[in-house]
Design a protein around this ligand. Structure first.
Ligand SMILES: Cc1cc2nc3c(=O)[nH]c(=O)nc-3n(C[C@H](O)[C@H](O)[C@H](O)COP(=O)(O)O)c2cc1C
Length: 221
């Protein structure tokens, strides 16, 4: 496991292509066909696919810039009290047009901020108990939560219930959006928290919750 210090970065935000608001697959079909997928083709993801997945997970669907507490507006996933405690990271290895690295998603501008350069998939795989889908997928989404955003209002009930309910809503969006894009994903909660923290350079006030490797479906004969 790496112990190298964070690289200082002065990188500019990476703009993402605008997400589509319409697609080819009905919700019913996406639900009927949804499965956890643990093997992927070795083709890269496109930046348009990554953009769509991040938007489905936590993107702004109703901008409300006049209410700064909302962090930009209402989102694709519901959130207790509209407090939005989740943070999303992209661990990119093979995404067309995007340098390998770890990026933090910013919903309001719908862009990515570079956290760390380099292909970190192997280390994230080790942190996830060696689950090889994390090494082999072109990219993974990593969810963390700032629990205090929720517990300041809801206390222990927020910690024990609401934050993970928020996560479930968002992660299911990712599953369904994957189905619509011909991609596969698998939610992963079995990992060493401290190792995921270290690999993704999470700030002290964030706790890692979920890893979702994403890749194109394998074509089978
Ligand atoms: C909270 C949670 C944690 C999970 N963690 C893992 C995991 O660490 N590794 C894994 O291979 N699958 C994991 N899964 C996927 C489940 O194994 C999978 O959802 C289940 O077998 C049902 O299959 P389906 O998703 O295809 O319907 C997890 C799912 C959930 C909801």
């Amino acid at each position: 496991m790496t112990t190298e210090p964070p690289e200082p970065t002065t990188a500019k935000p990476v703009n993402l292509p605008p997400p589509a608001r319409d697609g080819g697959l009905s919700v019913e079909k996406a639900l009927a066909e949804r499965r956890s997928v643990r093997e992927y083709s070795n083709e890269p993801l496109s930046s348009a696919q990554v953009s769509q997945l991040l938007w489905a997970a936590y993107g702004i669907t109703q901008p409300l810039p006049g209410i700064p507490e909302l962090g930009g507006g209402f989102r694709a996933a519901p959130s207790a009290g509209a407090l939005y405690p989740l943070e999303l990271y992209l661990v990119a290895g093979a995404v067309t047009g995007l340098e390998p690295g770890i990026y933090r998603y910013r919903p309001a501008p719908h862009d990515l901020m570079l956290v760390l350069t380099g292909d970190r998939r192997r280390w994230l795989c080790q942190a996830a108990l060696g689950q090889t889908m994390v090494r082999d997928a072109p990219a993974s989404l990593v969810y963390s939560a700032v629990f205090s955003r929720n517990t300041a209002k809801y206390g222990e009930r927020g910690r024990r219930r609401y934050v993970c309910m928020d996560l479930g809503h968002s992660a299911e969006n990712v599953y369904l959006q994957c189905g619509s894009l011909g991609l596969g994903t698998c939610g992963i909660a079995a990992f060493h928290d401290d190792a995921v923290r270290l690999v993704t350079r999470l700030p002290e006030n964030e706790e890692p919750l979920y890893i979702m490797p994403v890749g194109r479906l394998l074509k089978r004969d």
